[in-house]
Design a protein around this ligand. Structure first.
Ligand SMILES: *Cc1c(COP(=O)(O)O)cnc(C)c1O
Length: 362
């Protein structure tokens, strides 16, 4: 089976085995060791000295934690959106009462650092900037180092959804000055769904001290207090944590650069193979993501039918989200994935495409 959706991703056997372990007391010494090892390895992969908190939630819970721990109702924030998940972050901040200015880029295109700079210049009152690194819905990786540099020039609090990039693509929390970075276990981390991971900088703590958005489950002050004694405030997803630690140990064996390079090779092979089949990608090549490929649906191709026929070949692909439904299909290639996996996907695509209505013209 090739589960090639951009999360949940397949888990290696060692990760699945770890999940079969018996429960332990989450207020005990053994749990403290697991939590501390996990957060230590996460700090390495986040490239940060900031605390990293493990929350029992999907990625969206981590996004909500980022918002409510740093902002107050009425705070002016700039939400940079390039797709479905950028919109989610913007909407969420608005629902909690932030005064959201949106800087929208067309879906399939990256955020432009100069435009962000202009937006910050136009509105000096902006307190924080919210953005998505890797827009999973469009297969675009935004130029994060350049975007971070602009936000830092204007000295704003920076919140980045790195849910589908962290652990797979280069991501340097401290060097790039990211105050809050969010990711989730089921994306590039080769673990099952259930955990959101979030780093919080000293500057984010300053923001926390005067942030008045309501929070209880997401209050990172509680998470901090409990982490100091090797615990989480509430009952954690113990089995998922076992899995997460096993996955991080595997990742540490491969090494951060090795993982980044593998994602590059796998993505290159995917993009090349897609083109050979006569298809093209939604994003411009230089911003095409190394974790998910968004393939344009040509005239005549029925994506639902394509997904059905691919599933019969044991290959599971994603469709488009929101405005891109029916206009793209997506191949996830993050986490536990090799070039051989991608070749299987491409071979299946080749055999299935004609039956899904695709007539090659060139
Ligand atoms: C998957 C994803 C999310 C949402 O995560 P859930 O775990 O489904 O809540 C948010 N942002 C990005 C960029 C994602 O890829």
């Amino acid at each position: 089976m090739q589960l090639r959706v951009p999360g949940p991703t397949p888990c290696p056997p060692r990760v699945l085995d770890a999940m079969t372990r018996q429960m332990i007391n989450h207020r005990g010494k053994e749990f403290a060791e697991i939590l501390q090892s996990t957060t230590g390895l996460l700090q390495q992969f986040f490239n940060t000295k900031n605390d990293v908190y493990v929350l029992t939630a999907s990625g969206t819970g981590g996004m909500e934690a980022a918002v409510v721990n740093t902002l107050s109702p009425g705070d002016p924030v700039l939400a940079v959106t390039t797709g479905y998940f950028g919109e989610r972050l913007a909407n969420m901040a608005g629902i909690y009462g932030a005064q959201v200015t949106r800087l929208d880029f067309p879906w399939g295109h990256p955020a432009d650092p100069d435009a962000v700079s202009q937006a910050l210049q136009n509105d000096p009152g902006i307190k924080a900037v919210l953005m998505v690194h890797n827009e999973t819905s469009t297969g675009v990786t935004n130029p994060l180092p350049q975007l971070c540099q602009v936000v830092k020039e204007f000295d704003k609090l920076l919140v980045v959804d790195g849910i589908s990039s962290m652990g797979s693509l280069e991501f340097k929390v401290d060097e790039w000055g990211i105050d809050v970075a969010i990711t989730a276990s089921q994306k590039g981390w080769m673990a099952p769904p259930g955990l959101a991971m979030i780093s919080f900088s000293p500057r984010a703590w300053e923001a926390h001290a005067c942030a008045t958005m309501p929070r209880f489950y997401w209050d990172l002050a509680l998470a901090k207090r409990f982490l100091n004694k090797g615990q989480t405030p509430f009952t954690p997803a113990v089995s998922t944590l076992y899995a997460m630690l096993a996955a991080l140990e595997l990742m540490a064996e491969e090494g951060q650069q090795g993982i980044i390079d593998r994602h590059q090779r796998v993505a290159d092979a995917t993009r090349k193979g897609v083109k050979v089949l006569g298809l093209s990608l939604l994003p411009p090549e230089e911003f095409a993501s190394n974790t998910v490929s968004a393939v344009l649906v040509p005239q005549g191709l029925d994506t639902k039918q394509l997904q059905r026929l691919m599933a019969q070949q044991d290959v599971i692909l994603s469709g488009g989200q929101g405005a891109l439904e029916g206009r793209i299909f997506r191949i996830g290639h993050l986490g536990w994935v090799t070039e051989e996996d991608v070749q299987i996907v491409l071979k299946a695509l080749e055999s299935v495409l004609p039956r899904a209505g695709f007539v090659r013209t060139a």
